[in-house]
Design a binder for this molecule. Structure first.
Ligand code: IMP
Length: 195
């Protein structure tokens, strides 16, 4: 069994990644590891934030761990909200206000193309590896569905006519950026186990 600490306090992400991992791998959330720490995301790229989060937890525990940073990137807003996805609207980070701000900025725009991007930073035996997952899609004119989290109710992945918010977790996993990044992580971990 390969055990990794997942450096996040987001239960939705823990649920999604747990569901995406095959047998032989287990993840421990920060809470389960007894770490009650809010890890900052101060950098300008998903990669740098992911590295920061896994490094903070590795330095604290010296155990194998990984983190992920994700964002929604739109074409017409030059990649925004991107790395600022969690804090796009002013005030306390809230999914509904972030989504409303996005819909307001896209109002009347013809190009509603967007993509979710996840970067995973794994630190194993003290060495870092990065893995990326991308899901292309479009932003719906209004929120649809109540499933998932964040921008899920307004994101329609290419190849579907439903938003992530209208999907079950199993359906979302067929398209998910996070799942794609996790698949790469698993291939890498398996290659280490085979060595
Ligand atoms: P972070 O990776 O914790 O910085 O959060 C990124 C933000 O992007 C989240 O707060 C969500 O608003 C958004 N986000 C990331 N992944 C997803 C997803 O799978 N669905 C919907 N929103 C997401």
């Amino acid at each position: 069994m390969i055990e990794l600490i997942f450096a996040t306090n987001n239960d939705n992400k823990v649920r999604e990644i747990r569901q995406a991992l095959p047998e032989g791998f287990s993840i421990i959330s920060l809470q389960e590891a007894g770490i009650f720490k809010d890890i900052p995301e101060p950098h300008a790229t998903l990669e740098a934030n992911a590295t920061e989060k896994s490094t903070v937890i590795y330095e604290l525990t010296r155990k194998n761990c990984f983190s992920e940073d994700s964002g929604l990137e739109t074409v017409v807003l030059d990649g925004a909200p991107g790395v600022r996805s969690a804090r796009f609207a002013d005030g306390e980070p809230q999914y509904a206000s972030n989504t409303n701000k996005l819909l307001t900025l896209l109002n009347g725009k013809e190009n509603r193309k967007a993509r979710f991007r996840t970067v995973i930073s794994l630190i194993i035996k003290g060495k870092e590896e990065l893995f990326e997952g991308i899901c292309e899609g479009t932003i719906a004119p209004e929120p649809m569905g109540t499933g998932g989290f964040g921008y899920d109710p307004v994101f329609i992945p290419d190849g579907s006519n439903k938003t992530f918010g209208q999907m079950t977790l199993e359906e979302k996993q067929e398209f998910s950026h996070r799942k794609k990044a996790v698949k790469k992580l698993v291939v890498y971990l398996k290659s280490l186990a085979d060595r």
